[in-house]
Design a protein around this ligand. Structure first.
Ligand code: 1CP
Length: 344
């Protein structure tokens, strides 16, 4: 069958006249309809586990803007919760989890196959979405990459420098590696279930990859990503995978080839021109627009959007932000970005 969905064409390596578009955190607090549905669900986690309402918030930005892809509404921290970690969200502050400080804390976790039962509402959300999405819209499933998820499981919260995870990695490398191995296995099973339920593309979010340097980057960002991708490709060779080692800098070079990713998403600490020169030769690239433009808008948003589209015009490209859209963004700026990409 000839592939019509623009996201899948770009991921297969095709250079399109207009890049397809979606946006990290496109379903989220900047949208009044999201805030209303979250209130209806009660709280954020109840929303994630309510398949009907999670599908509804996934569809909201598609209805409003006609993005070329939708991303399953869930969170990277549902996986550690399924593995037995306590998880709750503090309003205005963010996630809190039980911590991992000792072998006993690790032993108390569940085996990787716990993801099947506990996360079944998420697979149900995927099934609903495949029925309800417009035929041209691609459905992206996702998980956090092991290093990033481990930083939350070890510290019990988001940390500016991932200090507690670095400390455990350096003081008890065996225990740290056990956490990574459990997450690799759990993530493979979790993402397999998403693909079985109908996810057409997978994205791995390694939001804190940038704090790993040298051999640590290879061992804890590159290697786990490669293990997950090769296991998924062995089962589902036709499902494209996007890797996002945020903050990787020079280490973006060669990341696609080394891990088997079909596309590498990149943040705004490198330029689109740099990505065209050093990354795009290996496959599709995605990202780069600073999410602050979604707050400030205006001529700067337009010219920066045009610059990114022009810089990446000669190869496969999916337009996206360098990181998630923030709650203070103006929904009208999102429309301005889309109009600019589509008329560039
Ligand atoms: O109050 C609310 O409504 C919660 C805000 C929120 C949302 C909308 C959280 C809490 N998670 C999500 C959804 C989400 N998270 C999605 C699906 C929606 C979409 O993209 O449209 C995805 C893909 C994620 C991924 C995610 N969660 C990441 C990786 C991407 C990134 O932003 O770096 C991370 C690090 C998380 C953890 C998390 N969940 C929520 C917050 C506020 C955080 C970050 C915590 C921190 O600051 O460290």
């Amino acid at each position: 069958m000839v592939q019509q969905k623009t996201i899948l064409r770009a991921l297969a390596g095709e250079t399109l006249p207009t890049p397809p578009i979606w946006m990290m955190r496109q379903a989220g607090r900047y949208l009044p309809e999201y805030r209303a549905t979250r209130a209806q669900a009660g709280d954020f986690l109840s929303l994630c586990y309510n398949s009907e309402l999670a599908a509804e918030v996934t569809l909201q930005p598609i209805r409003r803007y006609g993005f070329d892809a939708s991303i399953l509404f869930a969170d990277i921290l549902l996986l550690p919760q399924a593995l037995g970690a306590d998880l709750w969200f503090v309003t205005g502050e963010g996630p809190r989890l039980s911590t991992i400080q000792s072998d006993a804390d690790f032993q108390a976790l569940k085996p990787a196959d716990a993801v099947h039962d506990k996360l079944s509402p998420i697979y149900e959300t995927v099934k609903i979405l495949r029925q309800e999405l417009p035929s041209e819209t691609t459905l992206i499933g996702f998980a956090g990459a092991p290093w990033t998820v481990a930083t939350y499981m070890i510290a019990g919260r988001g940390t500016p420098d991932q200090g507690p995870a670095h400390a455990l990695k350096d003081s008890n490398p065996e225990l740290f590696q056990s956490v990574i191995d459990l997450l690799v296995e759990g993530t493979i099973q979790y993402l397999s279930e998403q693909i079985k339920a109908g996810a057409e593309v997978i994205k791995l979010f390694d939001s804190w990859a940038g704090s790993l340097k040298g051999a640590d980057f290879d061992r804890y960002a590159l290697e786990p990503t490669k293990r997950i991708i090769s296991a998924l490709k062995a089962m589902y060779p036709d499902t494209p995978i996007i890797a996002f080692p945020r903050g990787a800098g020079e280490r973006y070079i060669g990341f696609a080839e080394a891990t088997g990713a079909d596309c590498v998403a990149f943040d705004d600490s490198v330029t689109a021109e740099w990505a065209a020169e050093h990354m795009q030769g290996q496959g599709c690239v995605q990202g780069n627009l600073a999410s602050s433009h979604m707050v400030t808008g205006g001529d700067a948003l337009v010219s920066e959007t045009q610059r990114i589209v022009n810089a990446l015009r000669k190869g496969p490209h999916i337009f996206n932000l360098g990181h998630g859209i923030t709650p203070d963004a103006d929904p009208e700026n999102v429309q301005l970005m889309i109009d600019t990409v589509r008329s560039a």
